[in-house]
Design a protein around this ligand. Structure first.
Ligand code: GRF
Length: 189
C-alpha cells in the first residue's frame, strides 16, 4: 500500500477529503502523517478525529528552516512515505525537503496558475475582475506556487459575491485533488 503524508497549516478541508478518500479505499493509499506548522490549527483536530498521526512543530523553536525540515524528513522516512500532498501548507519548502522528496510533492492552489499566486489568490482574482476562476494542482519546487502543472479545473463566475465564489472554488478542490492523487499513485512503480 502506498503511503501519503499531508502538510497543512489551517482549516484542513482538503486534508480531510484526501484522508477520507484513502480510508474509504477510493484512493488506494494510506494517509500516514499530518505535518503541521500551527499546533492550534483546526486541521490538527481533524487528524485526531480521523486517527492520522501528527507531526506538529513551531518553526520559531528551531534555529532554521533546514533544521525543522530535517526533522520532517526523518518523520517521513520512518513511515516510508511515497507522496507528499500540500494542502494549505503556508510555507515555501527548502532544498532539504525538495531534494529528499524530489518529484514526489504536490500542491493545490485556488487559482488558474500561473495567474494569482500567493496566499490571497481567490480575493486577488475576484478584485482583478476575472471572469474565469479555477483550481490548479502542481508539482512543488522552490518557487511560490511554481512547478509543473499536473491538473486544472476552471469555471465561469460573473457574480459579485466573494463568499459564494470561495464556496464554489473549495467545492472544486476536493474531487480534483482526490482524482489527481489517484492518477499520480497509479503511475508510481
Ligand atoms: C485551499 O484553498 C488550497 O487551495 C490552498 O489553501 C486552501 C486550504 O484550504 N492551498 P483547506 O485548509 O484545505 O480547507
Amino acid at each position: 500500500m502506498k503511503k501519503i503524508a499531508l502538510f497543512a497549516s489551517g482549516n484542513g478541508s482538503n486534508f480531510e477529503a484526501l484522508v477520507v478518500a484513502c480510508q474509504r479505499g477510493e484512493i488506494p493509499a494510506e494517509a500516514v502523517l499530518l505535518v503541521c506548522d500551527q499546533p492550534d490549527a483546526p486541521v490538527v483536530a481533524r487528524a485526531h478525529r480521523l486517527g492520522v498521526a501528527c507531526f506538529c512543530f513551531s518553526p520559531k523553536t528551531y534555529a532554521s528552516k533546514a533544521d525543522y525540515e530535517q526533522q520532517i524528513v526523518q518523520q517521513l522516512d520512518q513511515r516510508n512515505v511515497d507522496l507528499i500532498c500540500l494542502a494549505g501548507y503556508m510555507r515555501i519548502l527548502s532544498s532539504v525537503l525538495l531534494t529528499a522528496y524530489a518529484g514526489r510533492i504536490l500542491n493545490i492552489h485556488p487559482s488558474l496558475l500561473p495567474a494569482f499566486k500567493g496566499a490571497h489568490a481567490i480575493r486577488d482574482a475576484f478584485e482583478y475582475g476575472v471572469r474565469v476562476f479555477g483550481v490548479t494542482i502542481h508539482e512543488v519546487d522552490a518557487s511560490l506556487d511554481g512547478g509543473r502543472i499536473v491538473a486544472q479545473h476552471s469555471f465561469p463566475y460573473e457574480g459579485n459575491d466573494l463568499a459564494e465564489l470561495e464556496r464554489q472554488i473549495h467545492a472544486l478542490e476536493h474531487p480534483l485533488y482526490i482524482e489527481t492523487v489517484k492518477k499520480w499513485l497509479s503511475k508510481l512503480k
